[in-house]
Design a protein around this ligand. Structure first.
Ligand code: G6P
Length: 369
């Protein structure tokens, strides 16, 4: 294993750093074709993706959070209503069949039993339009789906998913743009802009990775804590969820995530100087709202750790620590902001001395119910 690890201490760290490459490989097909076409998903004539009127996403764990990000994109860009369900819940609820609905499963391994069973259930309900986003060629879930988009993250060994997540996001963004184009909602100009955004993404992710030394310093302070709260809004709320999940999985620090606007409806009661609050707050239409949520935390003596980007002004103070990603990347911002929360969890776990690649009680691929 030490040979495979190269300069890294753990597979998780290696896989975090592989993300620029993994993303570039995953979008290669889109860049080569210079456009968003159904053939990217194996839908040569567009028969499955054309006329889609609803999207149902099914997944577990980190893959589910990728689905939550995708919902914002699919509704805003493609104009299609989108539901996202945890696979183990969907399979036991009486969902309503809709022949125009596209069922999208997201799974790194392609073998997660709950996701597979949710797909079978959707098919039994009569859903024929099925698409798998998967990292392992020829695994069970893509084999049971009509269409597939393979993320090209390469083998992911660390139990806590990292490069699979960000490559799932670009696959889902590609799906969104393809659906939008089929519906006549994507101008040539907009398509060119999205392609340009994808081309720049590996570089922007590399810039975020370069923040590692600053994040190490924060992580050392986190290591002494027992609880943490993660906040985000809109498309960055799922990144807050993912940050909290990563932290609890590998450092065993109790963490929860809330949409920042919900703070006042409960979690604010927990905030004191012993509870660090991580805020994902890049410059988007909700930034001013997030800033006022931050004031609520500040007034209660909470210490904040804010991940933001270049052109959003945050006053740093004793209570408000700020790390900035050096570029504002617009629509793909959740991909870039996944990086600092991964690094924070990794270095907090390292400081606590846990088994980062094999956290207690967890498995890489869960093939039991
Ligand atoms: C397990 C892993 C997670 C993963 C989840 C879903 O819980 O520990 O990292 O997100 O399964 O796995 P999948 O392979 O379906 O994406």
């Amino acid at each position: 294993a030490s040979l495979e690890l190269g300069p890294y201490r753990h597979f998780m760290q290696k896989e975090i750093h592989e993300q620029p490459r993994a993303l570039a490989d995953t979008i290669e097909g889109v860049i080569d074709r210079n456009g968003f076409v159904p053939a990217l998903f194996g839908d040569a004539d567009g028969a499955v993706l054309r006329d889609v009127e609803a999207v149902q996403i099914l997944a577990c764990g980190t893959s589910y959070y990728a689905g939550l990000v995708a919902r914002y994109w699919i509704e805003a860009i493609a104009g299609i209503p989108c539901a996202v369900d945890i696979a183990s819940e969907y399979r036991y609820r009486a969902a309503v069949a809709n022949p125009k609905q596209l069922v999208v499963t997201i799974s790194q391994s392609g073998e997660t039993l709950d996701t597979m069973e949710a797909l079978k259930y959707a098919k039994a309900l009569g859903h024929e339009r099925t698409l798998s986003i998967c990292n392992v060629p020829e695994s069970a879930i893509p084999r049971a789906s009509r269409l597939v988009y393979y993320t090209r993250a390469g083998a992911e060994i660390g139990v806590a998913s990292t490069k699979a997540f960000t490559t799932q996001l670009v696959a889902l963004f590609t799906l969104t743009a393809t659906l939008a184009k089929l519906r006549g909602r994507l101008s040539d100009e907009q398509e060119a802009q999205y392609l340009e955004a994808l081309r720049h993404l590996p570089g922007s992710v590399q810039h975020a990775l370069n923040l590692e030394p600053q994040i190490v310093a924060w992580a050392e302070r986190f290591a002494a804590k027992e609880h943490a709260l993660f906040l985000g809004r809109g498309v960055h709320y799922p990144i807050a969820l993912e940050g909290a999940l990563k932290l609890k999985e590998i450092s065993y620090i109790h963490a929860e995530a809330y949409p920042a606007g919900e703070l006042k409806h409960g979690p604010l009661a927990l905030v004191d100087s012993a509870m660090p609050v991580v805020v994902i707050a890049p410059n988007d239409s909700l930034l001013e709202k997030v800033k006022s949520n931050i004031q609520e935390v500040r007034a209660r003596g909470g210490e904040m750790f804010v991940f933001t980007d270049l052109d959003s002004h945050f006053g740093e103070s004793e209570q408000v620590n700020v790390i900035r990603t050096p570029r504002h990347v617009g629509i793909l911002s959740p991909v870039v902001h996944a990086i600092p929360v991964q690094l924070l969890a990794y270095h907090a776990a390292l400081a606590r001395g846990t088994d980062v690649d094999k956290p207690r009680n967890l498995a890489k691929s869960v093939t039991v119910e």
